[in-house]
Ligand binder design. Sequence first.
Ligand SMILES: [Zn+2]
Length: 152
Amino acid sequence: MTQTQNDSQQNPAKAGVRTYTGGCHCGAVRYEATADLADVSRCNCTFCTKFGNTGNVTMKPAAFRLLKGQEHLGEYRREGSPNSRSFCKHCGVYCFGAGDVPEMGGLFRSVGINTLDDVDPSLLSYQYWDGRHDNWMAGSRSSPWPFQATVS
Ligand SMILES: [Zn+2]
């Protein structure tokens, strides 16, 4: 096996679009998602900061499939927000989110990369969003955005 083949098999950031399975810790909730882990997002919004901000990969809703555990899911949504986060009511792991951000292409699903099977988060590279200021138009960048709004 060449080094390149080995690298793409071992490194999910270089694997291209693939279907991953994932789930919560206790196994009650399972899902699969088709995504490219070359594009993993972290965000500085108040929720992502509390949640631990391990990183999410986003996809169109059709690329996400809940395999089991609908009845074990709880949902958190800030009042008035189109975006929600779903967690397992047994083990408490936040698994995936759903929402609608027109600046990012409309309806989406997001999956916590820490919940995907056999994906090593230390091998991924991250793009940072300024969700704290709803600054989606600015796009993502390779370094975290500060909590304090930058004056332009
Ligand atoms: Zn669970």
